[in-house]
Design a protein around this ligand. Structure first.
Ligand SMILES: *[C@@H]1O[C@H](CO)[C@@H](O)[C@H](O)[C@H]1NC(C)=O
Ligand SMILES: *[C@@H]1O[C@H](CO)[C@@H](O)[C@H](O)[C@H]1NC(C)=O
Ligand SMILES: *[C@@H]1O[C@H](CO)[C@@H](O)[C@H](O)[C@H]1NC(C)=O
Ligand SMILES: *[C@@H]1O[C@H](CO)[C@@H](O)[C@H](O)[C@H]1NC(C)=O
Ligand SMILES: *[C@@H]1O[C@H](CO)[C@@H](O)[C@H](O)[C@H]1NC(C)=O
Ligand SMILES: *[C@@H]1O[C@H](CO)[C@@H](O)[C@H](O)[C@H]1NC(C)=O
Length: 600
């Protein structure tokens, strides 16, 4: 039990978040904290400390209001399923606090199982409210969200008045926000001056904001790097443009395959779907993502850097930018981009990207409409990982990626047909909140390792088939990992369903059944629950092809069915994780120490 808790806490990943730490609250915090951040400029600040036994977190939230204030832990970035602490200072100057839970986007209900958020003290001053409160990291309460060792999604909101006589809070309207933070592994802001003197280069959009509700805009860049010898990028910063910031919803930056060739005087630069064919070799290796609420500066591990210059083979990058412009505002210019900072010294390792999942085609992904939980599995066999050096590679960051229907993405590390651990489990994935997930403890993988990847989709809001593809309304199942040292012969390992299996399943006899013919069938299907179940069973049992390598050295293999493996024990929550300072917590620490000496 204790061990389960320990594993549970250690294996979730985190992001390093660095942003302006400008605290604006006029109120002095009640005590000193390990961490602090500004949640919203001039509106809200947060401080926190996790105790040494890693069991409890103490927060202090300051908000510019004399009404109620709230901080929540969200499973996926929104209110649904969020565990929320709500507090205020009443007429008598006493702090009041409630443990609430949001079933959906309506007003969260009072937690009716166990109360797990507790106020310590609070006060109002100069039009601000400050409350110090605590919570266990793992409460084992179905109406709470564990504060996992990994990326935590904080949501906050506030009202202008105290709750009414019944303790009911008023609607927050637009007074809300969210932030991703690795609460348990937060690295406080390094001042911008850390980077100011470094050499850097930028990739920037230079385009007017499209006058359309939603646009995916893609622009390919030729690297302008001409350093005769290799240098290392050690951090990058997302450059937002104040003219266009409100329209930039999210951005992904891709490495184009080294074999890509373009006419350098006419690089692709257009609505992505209009140039899909041209940019197909630029779509599978994600270098970084940024979305609303995400961190702007990303630093790389000290021992590794992203190589540029010298004989590095990547010549092109692509920015894919999602513009949201529902009010159809015109005449806005956008220069969003990214700046890469180059270290003064070369680091020990080069960083690389490795992608698991499926191809982004209908052949690989044809997801029925009206499905609650449609599961698409994929498997990367040992033959692919034989390209990994004997000494192994170190994986330190995960970038799960699906589109709107994606609910969850995970990859398990399989050794000798036994699942050893999650490489990463993005249990609660949200397209609108994509982040770098930095592992607290990097994971070593070796030749012969295999990788099971699962993407889970919900299509309850759709009647039609969702097909694999690059458009937002299409789907993807891409689980990217960042690692070192970089391999030159393996960048992806992706599956698709076998054509003859499709033909048998769809009762098609056509000789040359292909993507176009399949699409034609898919768009006409009227989904029923029975049919959805039939498709799930097809997906669970069908023959598949797997493509791996790095172009132009691509290998295709087939499986009659996905390999079976001994799965992980299901995780169970245990109250033993947090009995008050007890033998068990001492044991956890001892076990942790021991584990450290075993693994280091
Ligand atoms: C916050 O307040 C400072 C000082 O009054 C001001 O310069 C700054 O623009 C404000 N920032 C925002 C985002 O409102
Ligand atoms: C939302 O949750 C509330 C309980 O908080 C429930 O009464 C309501 O029916 C739910 N609404 C939807 C649309 O599920
Ligand atoms: C951006 O585009 C404008 C208008 O097309 C052009 O005048 C300008 O030179 C471009 N800037 C850069 C940095 O390419
Ligand atoms: C792999 O598993 C089999 C059966 O469980 C076992 O006999 C074998 O020793 C294992 N091999 C390794 C290398 O662990
Ligand atoms: C699905 O189709 C039905 C009938 O054509 C329609 O009434 C319904 O609104 C559609 N639902 C969605 C989510 O598109
Ligand atoms: C294919 O044919 C079989 C037998 O005629 C039938 O049971 C099945 O539903 C058909 N499949 C599809 C997808 O139409």
């Amino acid at each position: 039990m204790m061990w389960t808790c320990f594993i549970y806490r250690v294996f979730f990943s985190f992001i390093i978040l660095k942003r302006s730490n400008g605290i604006s609250s006029p109120i002095q915090p009640f005590t000193e904290y390990k961490h602090s951040t500004e949640l919203q400029a001039n509106i809200s600040d947060l401080w926190w400390t996790i105790d040494d036994a890693e069991r409890e977190i103490v927060f202090e939230l300051h908000v510019k209001t004399t009404g109620w204030i709230a901080l929540g832990i969200s499973p996926a970035g929104g209110m649904t399923g969020a565990d929320i602490g709500v507090g205020w200072i009443d007429q008598t100057g006493t702090v009041q606090f409630q443990d609430r839970y949001a079933y959906n986007r309506s007003r969260p209900v009072i937690d009716y199982t166990t109360t797990d958020w507790f106020a310590l003290q609070g006060r109002e001053q100069d039009g601000w409210t400050a409350i110090q409160f605590r919570r266990l990291l793992e409460t084992c309460d179905s109406m709470d969200v564990p504060i996992k060792s990994g990326t935590n999604i904080l949501i906050y909101a506030y009202g202008l008045v105290d709750p009414d006589g019944n303790g009911e809070i008023s609607y927050h309207e637009s007074r809300r926000g969210s932030r991703m933070l690795p609460l348990r592994y937060y690295i406080d802001q390094l001042p911008q001056t850390e980077y100011a003197d470094l050499d850097s280069f930028e990739l920037r959009i230079n385009h007017s904001v499209p006058v359309a509700d939603t646009t995916y805009y893609c622009k390919v860049f030729k690297t302008q790097i001409t350093y005769p010898t290799k240098r290392h990028v050690i951090a990058h910063k997302i450059l937002l443009d104040s003219n266009s910031r409100e329209f930039v919803h999210h951005m992904s930056i891709y490495e184009c395959d080294p074999s890509t060739q373009f006419d350098n005087t006419k690089l692709p630069d257009d609505v992505c779907d209009d140039i899909r064919d041209q940019i197909s070799l630029c779509s599978s290796t994600v270098v970084t993502v940024w979305s609303v609420g995400g961190d702007e500066i990303m630093t790389y591990p000290e021992e590794a850097g992203y190589p540029v210059g010298g004989d590095f083979t990547v010549n092109y990058y692509m920015i894919e930018l999602h513009y949201d412009n529902p009010r159809l505002v015109s005449n806005r210019w956008d220069t969003t981009g990214v700046r890469f900072y180059l270290g003064d010294k070369l680091r020990e390792h080069d960083i690389g990207y490795l992608t698991f999942g499926t191809d982004s085609t209908a052949q690989a992904l044809a997801i029925p409409g009206g499905a609650d939980r449609f599961i698409v599995d994929s498997y990367c066999p040992a033959s692919a990982s034989l390209n990994i050096p004997k000494s192994g590679i170190t994986v330190f960051c995960a970038l799960p990626h699906t589109h709107l229907q994606g609910q969850s993405v995970w990859t398990k590390l399989i050794r000798n047909r036994t699942a050893v651990q999650y490489l990463f489990n993005s249990e609660a994935y949200d397209f609108n909140y994509q982040f770098h997930n930095r592992f607290p403890k990097p994971i070593q993988i070796y030749p012969g390792d295999e990788f099971a990847t699962r993407c889970i989709y919900n299509t309850k809001n759709k009647n039609l088939t969702t097909r694999g593809g690059g458009r937002t309304k299409d789907e993807m199942c891409i689980h990217g990992f960042i690692y070192y040292p970089r391999m030159n012969d393996l960048s992806m390992c992706l599956t698709h369903n076998d054509w003859s299996a499709w033909k048998r399943f769809l009762n098609v006899s056509a000789e040359n059944f292909d993507e176009t013919a399949l699409q034609e069938i898919l768009i006409k299907i009227k989904w029923t629950p029975q049919l959805v179940a039939q498709w799930q069973s097809f997906y669970d049992n069908t023959a598949r092809g797997v493509t791996y390598g790095r172009s132009p050295f691509i290998i295709v293999e087939t499986f009659a069915a996905l390999p079976k493996y001994q799965d992980l024990e299901p995780e169970r929550c245990s109250r033993a994780c947090h009995t008050q300072i007890s033998i068990s917590s001492i044991l956890i620490v001892l076990l942790a120490r021991k584990a450290k000496t075993f693994f280091s």
